[in-house]
Design a protein around this ligand. Sequence first.
Ligand SMILES: [Zn+2]
Length: 108
Amino acid sequence: MTMPQQIKVSDITDESSAQTYLDQMVMTTFCRVLDTSRLPPVVVMRLLASALGTTYREVAVAHQDGQCPCGWCPLPAIDIETLRASLEDAAALKRADDLGTMAVAGRA
Ligand SMILES: [Zn+2]
């Protein structure tokens, strides 16, 4: 399996490079925990999803009542639904016969 070139945190310039960096970090972390814990993969996946939820909650709390100058106002119901949709979208197995994704799948 050929890995794409690793990107460093200093390479993050936009949403796309941020996604690539986070994909690498989460995969690396997942594999380390899987190897070390010997827990079943689906258990480690659930722990990862839980960690993301915890991260959301802590960041949202830090942004309540204008505590952060960045101005983000958490909207938990909408934000959590967006996170859930992102997880489902990214996790769904892509159909090999889907012409729209064939080129991408062939290079993955
Ligand atoms: Zn902020």
